[in-house]
Design a protein around this ligand. Structure first.
Ligand SMILES: Cc1cc2nc3c(=O)[nH]c(=O)nc-3n(C[C@H](O)[C@H](O)[C@H](O)COP(=O)(O)OP(=O)(O)OC[C@H]3O[C@@H](n4cnc5c(N)ncnc54)[C@H](O)[C@@H]3O)c2cc1C
Length: 483
């Protein structure tokens, strides 16, 4: 009788799950397992000589994770199986379960970052000690590393050549349908375990806010519903390229990132649905562009395979030892609180704090403000996003931050003109006024640049320094230093 364990990680789904499909076909008995790793919660030291502490997982992401695990368990139970849940490190949890079940094979998802790989190695060591065969599958990206025109270790450091090479002869594997039935559990006596509560994870309930773009609910069911709604019910994909820089509401972009990053949705399933949409509705620059963005996601994942922990260093993969970074905690706290006095920055950060989400346009601007205008250590901002984002992904997050900070996959030294961006993407200041109600009475220009319209602000009852902060720096002077 063969017994297989499937260790779930950031692949919390049944659909297009290579490990589950293989294990279901090969083993007589199957034990699905998820471990809430205590190292993922609570305060963490960011490594390196000038380390700092931050909270690794915040409330919005933890809630989404719990919901995703609960949904997976329900789906497995519907198929006569279960999900064994533990609140301890995967290596400890799996060692106990290997001993109880006498398992002979362990399947798991392979992931690209050093921290995730360290856990993999620890689990593999336990398996070696118990004579358990390990089979790992790559399933987190759209393109399989084995299907790239060249090995991930040699891919270009800039996106455009990477994308062009892929597009010449594109290979995206067909998603694998979920198994119809699953082998039974190894024995009746195994405690299924409880999904730890937020307080057991050391967290409070995160805030809820009716202004949120979407009520993000974790799990494969909710992820498939979102895909269905965005493509088919609301028919938004046809206009994605035009709307994707939006700031308000559910419809301006797909909002698939939280489900993609915990693996509730497979990027190949999204791709297959885009192809179906192209056949059944329309094929245009918008349908192309959603896949284009998924390739950005792949690009960052493969960059981490290529450069390893170098990606987390302040100097980045470009080894920018020439840049001076400030370590001003007070300035950083103002940025975190959305109290910089620059409305477009503050509105975005407050949205993040209250909902766990921020648009791509917002992320680029607040990151540029922190790393370029304030010249604060960009990793402080990245770590703050790591805590707060419901869709946090180590590669997309640190990769994008390093890119904006000028130490990553972009050889230019660009920065964002924050007020110019605010005027362009929020012309009526509707977004800023939504998240900064204290400015809601102001005309658009004044809402974006209150320091340049003090008298007008007073006439509308808004006193800078009283109702809304004075700007924490002279933006124009900071651009002068960057030019
Ligand atoms: C500083 C900064 C930090 C970021 N941190 C993260 C993060 O932790 N997790 C994350 O998923 N994305 C991150 N992004 C990328 C991007 O902002 C989000 O993927 C996007 O806003 C998610 O919304 P959406 O699903 O509606 O995206 P859509 O516009 O609908 O795009 C579809 C999908 O493409 C992928 N994608 C889109 N843009 C990017 C990009 N620039 N880089 C990588 N993948 C992309 C995402 O998977 C997204 O779900 C970050 C961007 C910046 C500038």
């Amino acid at each position: 009788m063969s017994t297989a364990i499937v260790w779930f990680r950031r692949d919390l789904r049944l659909d297009d799950h290579p490990s589950l499909a293989e294990a279901a076909g090969a083993a007589d008995r199957l034990l699905p397992v998820y471990a809430f790793d205590p190292r993922e919660f609570g305060e963490r030291e960011y490594g390196g000589p000038r380390s700092f502490a931050y909270e690794k997982t915040g409330g919005h992401r933890a809630r989404f994770l719990r919901e995703s695990v609960a949904d997976l368990r329900e789906r497995l139970r519907d198929r006569g199986s279960d999900l064994i849940v533990r609140h301890e490190s995967p290596e400890t949890a799996l060692e106990g379960l290997i001993e109880t079940t006498d398992a002979d094979t362990l399947f798991h998802q392979a992931l690209p970052t050093a921290e995730e790989q360290r856990v993999e190695r620890a689990v593999e060591a336990v398996c070696a000690d118990h004579d358990v065969e390990v089979r790992s599958h790559w399933g987190h990206t759209l393109h399989h590393p084995g299907d790239l025109p060249r090995s991930p270790e040699t891919i270009p450091d800039t996106f455009t050549p990477f994308r062009k090479e892929i597009e010449v002869d594109e290979v995206v594997r067909e998603p694998i349908d979920p198994p119809d039935g699953l082998p039974g559990l190894p024995s009746d006596g195994i405690d299924p375990g409880e999904i730890p509560s937020l307080s057991a994870l050391g967290l409070d309930e995160p805030p809820e806010d009716e202004r949120a773009v979407l009520a993000f609910e974790g799990g494969e069911a909710a992820g498939r519903e979102r895909l269905e709604a965005y493509l088919w019910e609301e028919d938004r994909l046809r206009e994605y390229k035009r709307t994707r820089n939006g700031l308000l509401g559910a419809g301006y972009s797909s909002k698939l990132s939280p489900w993609l990053n915990l693996g509730c949705l497979s990027p190949r399933r999204v791709y297959a649905e885009v192809e179906r949409y192209e056949r059944e509705r329309v094929e245009n620059d918008s349908t192309y562009w959603l896949v284009f963005e998924l390739r950005w996601r792949d690009f960052f994942a493969f960059q981490f395979l290529r450069h390893g922990s170098q990606q987390f260093r302040r100097e980045g993969i470009r080894n920018r030892t020439d840049l001076e970074w400030r370590e001003d905690r007070e300035a950083f706290e103002r940025w975190c609180a959305g109290e910089t006095g620059i409305p477009f920055v503050d509105a975005n950060v407050r949205e993040l704090n209250l909902t766990g989400f921020m648009s791509n346009r917002g992320r680029q601007n607040v990151a540029s403000f922190l790393a370029k205008n304030l010249r604060l250590d960009w990793r402080w901002g990245a770590a703050y996003f790591e805590t707060r984002l419901v869709d946090y992904d180590p590669c997309s997050n640190y990769g994008n931050w390093a890119y904006v900070a000028g130490v990553g996959n972009d050889s230019r030294d660009n920065y964002f003109d924050i007020v110019g961006q605010a005027r362009r993407y929020d012309p009526d200041a509707e977004y800023v006024r939504t998240w900064l109600p204290e400015l809601s009475s102001l005309p658009a220009d004044a809402a974006h640049e209150p320091w340049a319209a003090r008298e007008l602000c007073s006439a509308y009852g808004v006193e800078l320094g009283v109702d809304y902060p004075e700007p924490m720096l002279d933006l124009e002077a900071s651009y002068e230093r960057l030019r």
